[in-house]
Design a protein around this ligand. Sequence first.
Ligand code: AMP
Ligand code: ZN
Length: 116
Amino acid sequence: MKKDSACLFCRIAAGEIPCRKLFEDDQILAFEDINPQAPFHALIIPKEHFPTIADIPAESDFLISRMIGVANKLAREKQLDSGYRLVINCRAGAGQEVYHVHLHLLGGRKFHWPPG
Ligand code: AMP
Ligand code: ZN
């Protein structure tokens, strides 16, 4: 499994930096965003290091569906029944700041379209 010892989310996945954990198994970790943009804001990451969603190779694309599956499970648990938003920012032009792929799960407020 690829890791980058300088990567913030690899370090969180390794337990070197604390997080408010919401879900964990051998492939996936979910934790609360440190700067929430909604009443509920979680990040769902693969434990393996891929800088962006565009870097996940075909043989690992099951991780994308696993991340969405964990997001749906958290949304059920948090009773985000009126709706929630799943976001993956890919590269700087889309606002990506942490280069370890992550799925944002946002809920608990109304969301607008198109996004900013
Ligand atoms: P993005 O802009 O899509 O790369 O999102 C990065 C997200 O990581 C932002 O929403 C940050 O608030 C969040 N973040 C940065 N550092 C931490 C941390 N130590 N723990 C939890 N979330 C973090
Ligand atoms: Zn990483």
